[in-house]
Design a protein around this ligand. Structure first.
Ligand code: DGJ
Length: 877
């Protein structure tokens, strides 16, 4: 809701309020952003919260002769410029034709539209939301999205440049967006050195900033810094939103945790270079800025031209990070993700990359696909290596013709066969790139971002296509149109594996070329990319697109406007992934993060982890498999099948539910008592236990996950605390644990085995196939309030002093799932119980050993007996 009285403005969402006013000099003074408050209907009580000024202090600059008490340095503003006494980092920096760089934004007019139909804006894309001059209407009504919209118009006092700031208020999701556009209404050129999107001036600086940095294979690592003094800059200059510093960040009061305390979240709907500045000044005020990175940025704004900045997103929560994330998740789900896949369940896929890399042919892929189909997987994806002479990463990017040696029947032949198996088919492309070793590069060496006067630096042996050029964009659209139309392609993984270097457009100056305007290239590249994505997603609306950039090097809201999911990281190790996915979870709903079960030892870390852990972590994302199922044993395949059945059963909760993190949150070390796991061994520094809960929309179902990184002996008791359940609902709580592999117990098996079993011998493998140790069973019926507040005291953990079926055995890297279902009074029988009953019945009918203690030498089959011959007598006996 937007309330306006004269020049006072109050923007209200369900739980938050944002307020500002125009003062006597025409500056927009920020007054309040926080928990929802009630103002007088005429907003006359703004006077109470307005900062009082009678005399200018010390050596600060007074605005002008008439306003000697007004110093910009100590004032909270909605927009700012340099040169008039405000010493903080400015919102916009311009150079006028006479060389002047002072900028002063003075209110000119405003316009309000309540309940407007809007579509999220991407600068320069085909569906930018703009106002029809004078009519107060939006030009484009591409999608039915309702928001209250307020546009404020400022004029630079001495030069004819207009700055429009548009606020979009999304009441239900507690999100307010804002973006800026700059119009040169004068007769001379203006150089834009900086045009940001968001400015939030808070009256206090006692905040912690929580940012997400990283690199390849270790994206979204959260860290926090005190924002009490000086300036902190989070920024990307990779040409993408980058894995080095995601544009999503938060600020919070120091005691804030996952479930309590004040915090704000910010993001940018943009996929290029960005920067987020927190500038705390000498007066204890904190300025938050976010927008396009101005390093190397310079935009020539000719008379009559407009420059649009991307849209920024902000939200506030008085109830900790989980509630803040929920705001961001709901916003992304409702207003960012669009198209046919917006609310659809995402398919479970098998991706060929870690299964085969470049080394495959049709036969190998079909074998994999068959395994996938048998396991219940729904989509088969052929990754890199299917086109040109692409046997490694040195060649063929740009030549999008299938490799007929690998695929004698073409993409279509493969897709048809895959379809016949009951799977849908998808493939990998990297349309923004070209290898020097390619036909495309030979034909158009100037189509890349490169300066012919200098040696080009290398990045994965490839060059970036110059998407600022129309003919290049047309080529990309046309070549992809051919690929996507060549077979029944229902999914596309759109990769981008090079960060920017040697940025230089060789486009001709005629026709809008960029000679001497190289400071515009990085931003124009992103605009070009959006144009291409818009065109292709419009032409192929049924395709599920997945973004990717060496994993998460371009994980942002701009990409999510077109591609509903993004490959979160090239790191598929579940222990790393838990950190990474938890990082994403602060700002992005988990179905937007695709996550795969991969091989063990893992290809990036060589770490061995149990399959159930890999599944538990990947299950809290859009699930896929990326491993060579063709090599899986029957036992492993059975496990995969079980997982897939389970995931399908809970997919709607996992992909559309409300997500909660356990523990104390990213500021844990600032909070007495640590992150709730401080008594446990914490070797990684990130917390030993990761605890997640996903709850269905109406709270009738929930899935929980607990991941333990390192075992610490003699820490028997651990409690799982679900969150988000309905307090008054009764739930059946149960776990998903079927059995343990006896090999996990190493040579402890010999304490009960009647014959000696060598740890890595053949015998143990054979025994392991026949004998499983029963796992602990957790099953309770309890009210939501009890489950959430007292928690579920899980079975005693194995501590080296004894083991039976009531002992929980968590080895290192153990991830376990829990389920909660509303108990409607019918007999509570879980899958596990059914399985148990089945086992018991079978045992009664035909007694069979289920535990190591029960091994009877009389009954050792012949093959085991043979193997024991080689292993010798048990020396302890
Ligand atoms: C980088 C991606 O992140 C991987 O998943 C894979 O698709 C490779 N590129 C293929 O070259």
């Amino acid at each position: 809701m937007i309330t306006v009285n004269e020049k006072k403005f109050a923007l209200q969402t369900a739980n938050t309020t944002y307020a500002f006013e125009i003062n006597e000099t025409g500056h927009a003074l920020h007054l309040y952003y926080g928990k929802k408050v009630r103002f007088a209907d005429d907003l006359s009580d703004f006077g109470m919260i307005r900062q009082k000024r009678e005399f200018i202090t010390g050596n600060t600059i007074a605005y002008d002769q008439e306003h000697l008490a007004l110093g910009m340095e100590d004032t909270c503003l909605e927009v700012s410029g340099p040169g008039k006494g405000d010493l903080r980092s400015p919102f916009a920096e311009l150079t006028f034709a006479d060389g002047s760089r002072t900028v002063d934004w003075i209110y000119d007019s405003h316009m309000v539209m309540r309940g407007a139909k809007v579509r999220k804006t991407l600068p320069g894309s085909y569906d930018i939301m703009t106002f029809e001059a004078g009519e107060g209407l939006l030009k484009k009504r591409a999608e039915e999205e309702i928001a209250d919209v307020l546009r404020l118009s400022f004029l630079e006092k001495s030069y004819k440049v207009r700055l429009n700031i548009t606020y979009l208020v999304y009441e239900n999701t507690n999100v307010i967006c804002r973006y800026a556009d700059l119009v040169n209404e004068g007769e001379e050129d203006v150089i834009v050195n900086r045009l940001l999107s968001l400015q939030l001036d808070l009256p206090e600086s006692g905040f912690e900033g929580i940012y997400f940095d990283g690199a390849w294979a270790r994206e979204m690592h959260s860290y926090h810094v005190s924002l009490g003094h000086g300036m902190h800059v989070n920024r990307s200059n990779t040409g993408t939103s980058s894995n080095r510093a995601n544009p999503f960040f938060m600020i919070a009061k120091p005691q804030t945790n996952e479930d309590a305390g004040e915090c704000y979240a910010f993001n940018l709907i943009y996929s290029g270079n960005h920067m987020e500045i927190a500038d705390a000044n000498a007066y204890g005020k904190l300025r938050i800025l976010s927008g396009m990175n101005d390093e190397g940025f310079e935009w020539l704004l000719k008379p009559g031209e407009t420059l649009e900045a991307p849209e920024a997103v902000m939200s506030y929560s008085a109830d900790g990070f989980n509630a803040l994330s929920y705001n961001m998740h709901s916003f992304v789900r409702q207003h960012i993700v669009r198209g046919e896949w917006k609310e659809k369940d995402r398919p479970i896929l098998l991706n060929s990359w870690e299964a085969a890399y470049f080394k495959f042919d049709e036969g190998k892929l079909l074998k994999l696909a068959k395994r996938a189909a048998d396991a219940g997987i729904e989509l088969f994806v052929m990754d890199d290596g299917w086109f040109g002479e692409r046997d490694d990463d040195t060649k063929s990017l740009g030549d999008w013709e299938e490799n007929t040696k690998k695929l004698p029947h073409g993409v279509k032949g493969l897709a048809d066969k895959v379809n016949k198996m009951g799977l849908s088919f998808g493939l990998w492309v990297e349309p923004e790139m070209v290898n020097v070793n390619s036909e495309l590069y030979k034909a158009h060496p100037d189509w890349v971002l490169a300066n012919p006067k200098r040696e080009h630096s290398e990045g994965r042996n490839q060059r970036i296509l110059d998407l600022t050029r129309k003919e290049v964009r047309e080529y990309v659209v046309e070549s992809m149109r051919k690929v996507f139309g060549s077979a029944n392609i229902e999914y596309v993984k759109w990769d981008m594996n090079r960060i920017f270097s040697d940025v230089f457009s060789q486009g001709e100056p005629a026709g809008g070329g960029l000679k001497n305007r190289q400071g515009e290239v990085a931003h124009r590249y992103v605009l070009g990319l959006y144009e291409i994505m818009a065109e292709l997603t419009k032409r192929f609306p049924h395709i599920l697109f997945e973004g990717c950039a060496s994993g998460g090097n371009r994980f942002d809201l701009g990409i999510l406007c077109y591609f509903p999911q993004i490959w979160g990281s090239d790191d598929t190790d579940p222990i790393c992934r838990a950190e990474i996915q938890q990082g994403y979870s602060y700002g992005y709903p988990l179905e937007c993060v695709s996550a795969h079960v991969s091989a063990s030892p893992n290809h990036q870390t060589l770490r061995r982890t149990p399959m159930k852990t890999r599944f538990a972590v990947a299950g809290f994302g859009s699930l896929g498999y990326e491993c060579n199922l063709s090599d899986f044993s029957k036992e492993q395949m059975d496990e995969v099948k079980d997982e897939i059945t389970l995931y399908k059963q809970y997919r709607s909760v996992l992909q559309h539910g409300r997500f909660y993190r356990g523990g104390m949150g990213p500021l844990a070390d600032r909070v007495a008592g640590g992150d709730g796991t401080s008594v446990l061994y914490n070797p990684t520094g990130y917390g030993n236990i990761t605890e997640w809960t996903m709850v269905s929309e109406f709270g009738t179902k929930a899935v929980g996950m607990m991941l333990k990184k390192m075992v610490q002996p003699n820490t028997q008791n651990i409690t799982y605390y679900p969150k988000g359940l309905e307090e008054e609902n009764k739930y059946r709580f149960f776990n998903h644990e079927l059995s343990y592999d006896i090999r996990d117990f190493g040579d402890l098996v010999n304490t009960v085995a009647p014959i000696h079993v060598k740890q890595d011998g053949l015998l143990i493998d054979i025994l392991a196939k026949k004998i499983k140790l029963p796992a602990e069973k957790e099953e309770y019926v309890a009210y939501g309030s009890l489950l959430m507040n007292a928690g579920v005291a899980l079975k005693q953990n194995f501590s080296g002093t004894g083991y039976n079926e009531n002992v929980r055995y968590d080895q290192d890297f153990s991830g376990k799932l829990f389920f909660m279902e509303e108990d409607d009074g019918t007999v509570p029988v879980s899958e596990e119980t059914v399985e148990e009953i089945r086992r018991e019945v079978e045992e009664k009918e035909e007694p069979e050993e289920t535990a190591a203690e029960e091994i009877n030498t009389e009954e050792v089959p012949e093959e085991i007996a043979k193997a024991t011959d080689n292993e010798g007598e048990n020396s302890n006996e």
